[in-house]
Design a protein around this ligand. Structure first.
Ligand code: GLN
Length: 493
C-alpha cells in the first residue's frame, strides 16, 4: 500500500497504520483514542476535498466515542478488540439518528431509528465510526459515479474512479482516512473497488454477517464485509462482526468466524484451482498479475489444479435478471409516505409517481424497470425462472470444482481503475466489471480481493480468492500467503 510506510506523527505520538496495531496501543494505554481520531480527521481535512469518500464525516459523534474509549481505558475497562480504531461505514447501513442516504435523493432527511447489527457490533468492539461513505445509488454500479452526491475519486489517481458500489469505503482506506471500513457486496461491490484502490476487501459467506440494518438491494445476494490495508485487519474485523443474529432470518446459526489464528499457517499442500474456461476479457496487465499469484502460491508449496466452470459465463446475465428482480421489489417501499422525500401531487398515485421520478437516479430506474419486466406475468418463466436455473448450474459448477480444488483464483476486476466518465454512458460495459465477482454471490460463497502489485499506469491489480461455503479460513491462509510474497518481493502490500 502506498501509505503503508507513513506512520503519522501527531504531537510526538506515532499513529500506526493498521487497526490491529492501533487497538493494541489504545488497549494498553500507549495511545489515546482521541489522538488516533484527530490524526485521521486531519488526514480527511487534507485530502477529502479531492477524493470525496464521505457523504458525511461524523466528527462530533466520533470525538464523543473516542473520549468514552479513553475513559474506559483510564478506568481499567477493556474497550474491545477494535479499541479506538476509526472506521468508515458505507452509507447504506443504518446508523441511529444519523442520516443514511444510500447516495439517493429519495432518502433525503431520513434518519434511521436504529443501528445495523454490524454498526452495533463494531461499536461494542470499541471501533469509532468516523463517517458514512459514498456509494453508487442503492449500491447499483461499479464506479461510484451513480451517486446523487457526486463521484468518489481514486486516491491512487484522482482522474480515475474508485470502483463501486462501495467506492467511498475503498477510497477511505486507500487514502488513510480510516484504517478499516465496511461495505456491502451484491455482485462485487466490496471486491472490485478494493482491487481498483489497492486494498483488501472481503465478501464473506452469505449468512455469516448480519444484514439487519443494511438497506436491501437484492436480499438473496447482499453481504456485508470489511476493507483494510492488510489481510490481518480484515480477519480482525470479520471476527468482530460475524456470528449469528436473530434479527436476520438468513443468518447462519453459528458463532463468529475465527481467522487470525490461521494467517501464519501457510499454503503447503493446498490445492489452488485455475478456471480453464473462465470468461475472457481481462486485460493482459491483469492476467499477468494473476499468473504471478499462481507462481507465488506454487513457490509457497501449493498445488495447482485445473478446473472447469462451464456455466460461469452466464453468471452476469443471470445476475442482471435476479438482482433487478429483487431490487424492484425491495425498492417499492420508497413511495413518498414512509421514508425521506415526497413530491406532492393531486392524488396518491400521482404522488408516488412524482416522488419516485424525482427521487431515483437513472440506473436505479433502469434496474426497477428491468426487474419488474423480468417478474411480470408471461415473462417470469422465460427470464427470472431461467436465471434461477442458471444460478443452480453455477452452484453445481462450483461444487464440482471444489472437489478438485480448495480455492479458486481469478482476477478481481478485468481492468485497472478507469478514467472518470469512461463508462458512464455504457451500462453494459459497466456491468462487465463484475464478470469475475458475480458468480460467488450467486452461489453464496466467500471471496476476497488482495492487492497483488500493479498493472497499466502503475495502478493496483487485485487477485480474487474464492472458497466454498464457510471456507473463510482457507481463503485467508491463501490471502496471507500472497501478501507475504508481495512483501518479500519488495512490492509492499
Ligand atoms: N456492480 C454490480 C451492480 O451494479 C454489483 C453491485 C453490488 O455488489 N452492490 O449491481
Amino acid at each position: 500500500m502506498f501509505h503503508q510506510s507513513l506512520d503519522w506523527t501527531v504531537e510526538m505520538t506515532t499513529i500506526p497504520s493498521t487497526a490491529a496495531a492501533i487497538a493494541d496501543a489504545v488497549r494498553s494505554g500507549v495511545l489515546k483514542a482521541t489522538d488516533v481520531l484527530e490524526a485521521h480527521l486531519a488526514r480527511i481535512a487534507e485530502r477529502e476535498g479531492e477524493i470525496h469518500a464521505f457523504n458525511l464525516v461524523t466528527t462530533d459523534e466520533a470525538r464523543a466515542a473516542a473520549a468514552r474509549i479513553d475513559a474506559d481505558v483510564a478506568a481499567g475497562r477493556d474497550p474491545g478488540v477494535l479499541a479506538g480504531v476509526p472506521i468508515a461505514i458505507k452509507d447504506n447501513m443504518c446508523t441511529r439518528g444519523i442520516a443514511t442516504t444510500c447516495s439517493s435523493k429519495i432518502l433525503e432527511g431520513w434518519r434511521p431509528p436504529y443501528d445495523a447489527t454490524v454498526v452495533q457490533r463494531l461499536a461494542a468492539a470499541g471501533a469509532v465510526t468516523i463517517g458514512k461513505t459514498n456509494l453508487d445509488e442503492f449500491a447499483m454500479g461499479s464506479s461510484t459515479e451513480n451517486s446523487a452526491f457526486g463521484v468518489t475519486y481514486n486516491p491512487r489517481d484522482i482522474t480515475r474512479v474508485s470502483g463501486g458500489s462501495s467506492g467511498g469505503s475503498a477510497a477511505a482506506v486507500a487514502a488513510g482516512f480510516s484504517p478499516i471500513s465496511i461495505g456491502s457486496d451484491t455482485g462485487g461491490s466490496i471486491r472490485q473497488p478494493a482491487a481498483l484502490c489497492g486494498v483488501v476487501g472481503v465478501k464473506p459467506t452469505y449468512g455469516t454477517v448480519s444484514r439487519y440494518g443494511l438497506v436491501a438491494f437484492a436480499s438473496s445476494l447482499d453481504q456485508v464485509g470489511p476493507f483494510s490495508t492488510d489481510v490481518r485487519d480484515s480477519a480482525l474485523v470479520l471476527e468482530a462482526i460475524s456470528g449469528h443474529d436473530p434479527m436476520d432470518s438468513t443468518s447462519i446459526p453459528q458463532g463468529p468466524l475465527s481467522l487470525q489464528g490461521v494467517l501464519s499457517q501457510g499454503v503447503e499442500g493446498l490445492r489452488v484451482g485455475r478456471i480453464t474456461d473462465m470468461p475472457g476479457g481481462a486485460d493482459p496487465d491483469v492476467t499477468e498479475r494473476l499468473e504471478a499469484a499462481f507462481d507465488a502460491l506454487q513457490a509457497a508449496g501449493a498445488i495447482m489444479v485445473d478446473v472447469q466452470m462451464p456455466s460461469m459465463k452466464y453468471g452476469l446475465t443471470a445476475y442482471y435478471l435476479i438482482a433487478p428482480a429483487e431490487a424492484s421489489s425491495n425498492l417499492a417501499r420508497y413511495d413518498g409516505v414512509r421514508y425521506g422525500m415526497r413530491v406532492n401531487a393531486p392524488d396518491t398515485n400521482a404522488m408516488y409517481s412524482a416522488t419516485r421520478s424525482a427521487g431515483f437516479g437513472d440506473e436505479v430506474k433502469r434496474r426497477i424497470m428491468l426487474g419488474t419486466y423480468a417478474l411480470s406475468a408471461g415473462y417470469y418463466d422465460a427470464y427470472y425462472g431461467k436465471a434461477l436455473k442458471v444460478r443452480r448450474l453455477i452452484s453445481e459448477d462450483f461444487d464440482r470444482a471444489y472437489t478438485k480444488a480448495d480455492v479458486l483464483l481469478t482476477p478481481t476486476s478485468p481492468i485497472v481503475a478507469f478514467p472518470v466518465g469512461a463508462k458512464s454512458d455504457d451500462p453494459l460495459a459497466m456491468y462487465l466489471c463484475d464478470v469475475y465477482t458475480i458468480p460467488t454471490n450467486l452461489a453464496g460463497h466467500p471471496a476476497m480481493s488482495v492487492p497483488f502489485g500493479t498493472g497499466a499506469f502503475g495502478l493496483p491489480v487485485g487477485v480474487q480468492i474464492m472458497a466454498p461455503t464457510l471456507g473463510e479460513q482457507t481463503m485467508f491462509r491463501v490471502a496471507a500467503s500472497l501478501e507475504r510474497s508481495m512483501i518479500a518481493s519488495g512490492g509492499g502490500r
